[in-house]
Ligand binder design. Structure first.
Ligand code: AMP
Ligand code: MG
Length: 425
């Protein structure tokens, strides 16, 4: 690990729960990059976070070249030549020996081939006529082409010296294409963040293990593993831990010494079997606990030494919502990237909520549909239980309802956050 340590001043909160925006503001303010850097070949750099700016070392394209198969000529010759040009040379893509164009001469040219010195315009082959006379080839170029037509100028895509990408940007396929177009083969990116995942609960078993009455299979691990795959993260699976404070404490302390972040699920509330908060308070610094958010109220954030700690609730719906809203921007920021916040849009509700508690923000599992008029509307998954993975699967996004709203009528505008905005489907 390298980079700046996390700020560890404790957030003092009163008994009023922290609001969603306040929690985000705390995270945004207190987090910075912890990941070190490495140099990677472009082949390996997809979805990685850039650590150093990429400056174009040369013009793209490198030279003026033809955008079509056709005939290159000097525009100012056209009228005098009556559009009638002597064919002087043939230039294919990659050919480097084009010679200067003589007056009233044209060059047969192909897409991507270097423009011969003196030529400034290309007529498409479909618009030209050629013929031979006394062993000499001629081409008749139509009137009306603008000077520069069908000619790509050196540097018109990227001029030399342009800052193509800046640190913190996530490398997309089109970014890698742009870097490749400048001839650069490597980029300096942040190392993958080391993230430990821990599931807690006496009742939990891993899939494949035997189970008896009261047992619950650990689905959160697979949920989090998949969600983490949308970030430059290396996962360390610490398995399932019993609700045993000493065991959990020792495991977390150990993991914190070698990881950039630890994420637990379960045991985050105030019950006697919930140990995570006490462990965080004992071994580290608590910065956030108890949000005015549903689902996800007991979510906590803090630090264990230099390691970021996220204690997510155990119910899978709360685990997923908390990951998307809080853990995702936390991990992205620690990894050198942006504080990822979803971009939503307003759509009319296709559902009703007669009574919603004020003062807390709610996130429903939702999906888009169309009404009778063909307009896009948001549906809400009907059952509210936060243990229902079915709702997460039926959804293609979250519906975000702010604190002050106390009822929703059909047709009311609601904010829809598509899963695609969180990097998942
Ligand atoms: P807790 O936050 O520990 O009180 O757990 C809340 C609910 O989530 C309980 O019904 C747990 O059995 C369930 N739960 C906790 N952890 C997991 C997990 N890893 N996978 C599936 N369900 C879980
Ligand atoms: Mg539990």
């Amino acid at each position: 690990m390298s980079g700046k340590p996390l700020q560890d001043d404790c957030f003092v909160h009163d008994k009023d729960r922290l609001r969603h925006q306040e929690a985000l503001a705390i995270l945004k303010e207190r987090l910075s990059t912890v990941a070190g850097t490495e140099t990677l070949r472009l082949e390996e750099a997809l979805e990685r976070i850039l650590a150093e700016a990429v400056i174009a070392p040369r013009d793209v394209p490198l030279t003026d070249n033809s955008a079509v198969d056709g005939y290159a000529y000097r525009h100012s010759d056209h009228d005098e030549a009556g559009g009638f040009f002597r064919l002087q040379q043939r230039i294919a893509a990659g050919q480097t020996d084009a010679t200067a164009l003589s007056p009233w001469a044209a060059a047969r040219i192909f897409t991507g081939a270097v423009m011969p010195p003196g030529a400034d315009t290309v007529a498409m082959q479909e618009d030209c006529e050629t013929h031979e006379q006394d062993g000499q080839d001629f081409v008749i170029v139509p009137q009306g082409l603008k000077k520069g037509a069908n000619c790509r100028k050196a540097g018109e895509d990227v001029p030399k010296g342009t800052e193509l990408l800046s640190p913190g940007q996530i490398l997309r396929p089109q970014d890698l294409a742009a870097i490749a177009s400048t001839g650069q083969a490597e980029v300096c990116v942040y190392r993958r963040l080391k993230v430990a995942l821990v599931s807690t609960g006496d009742e939990l078993r891993r899939p494949g293990e035997a189970i008896s009455s009261g047992g619950v299979y650990d689905s959160n691990h697979f949920l989090l593993r998949g969600l983490c795959a949308t970030l430059p993260v290396e996962i360390e699976d610490l398995g399932v831990l019993k609700d045993d404070a000493d065991l959990i404490g020792a495991t977390l302390q150990d993991a914190a010494a070698r990881c950039d972040a630890v994420i637990t699920t379960g045991g985050a509330s105030k019950g006697e079997e919930d140990h995570i908060l006490r462990i965080l308070d004992e071994l580290g610094k608590r910065q956030i606990w108890q949000l005015a958010v549903k689902p996800g109220r007991p979510m906590m954030f803090g630090t264990l030494g230099r390691c970021a700690f996220l204690g997510l609730p155990g119910n899978p719906v709360a685990t997923m919502v908390c990951f998307l809203l809080y853990a995702r921007p936390v991990l992205s920021t620690l990894a050198g990237g942006p504080f990822l916040e979803p971009r939503g849009f307003q759509v009319p509700a296709a559902f009703e909520v007669p009574k919603k508690k004020p003062d807390r923000r709610e996130f429903y599992r939702g999906y888009l549909g169309t009404d009778a008029q063909g307009a896009t509307v948001a549906h809400k998954f009907l059952r509210d239980g936060s243990g229902l993975i079915t709702g997460l699967r039926e959804a293609d996004g979250l519906i975000e309802i702010p604190e002050e709203v106390t009822r929703i009528k059909k047709g009311d505008p609601v904010k829809f956050l598509p899963f695609s905005g969180f990097g998942i489907r």
